[in-house]
Design a protein around this ligand. Sequence first.
Ligand code: ZN
Length: 167
Amino acid sequence: MPRLNKVIEAFERRGLPTFFTRDWHPADHISFKIRGGIWPTHCIQGTPGAEFHPSLTIPTGAVIISKGDSRDAEAYSGFQGTNLAEQLQRLGVDTIFLGGLTADYCVRDSALDARKAGFAVTVLKDCTRAVNAKPRDGERALADMCRAGARLGTSAAVIKYLASTQQ
Ligand code: ZN
């Protein structure tokens, strides 16, 4: 979290846009065990469970993207069922730096969808964690993302790069 916050703050200093995706599930979402899904009940719309972590830096002007908000559709990717791609295109974004939870589900699927939509993607390896429901799921997810053309980066490298290109 502190590493991710440093990247977010560096983006904010440079006036670069930041997007925050969140699960925003109805109480009877299809992904929940009560409906035969694989996840415990989580991130129910409008409840504390759906809030961002209190230590996360969310800049003024950041865009919040809610996903997984229809009861019968899972959405690991921030692009699925949202207008994220259109919003990024409208801003002229060509490269996305991705962090957060979880490396083997939401980060993975978001990276793959971002590649399909034509964005360059750098996954901040030190700013994400895997569930690892099966051992090595996280490693496999990183490999999947790389195979799709995503690059792996670190928070320190991105911050250093941004500082070196400071106008
Ligand atoms: Zn979910």
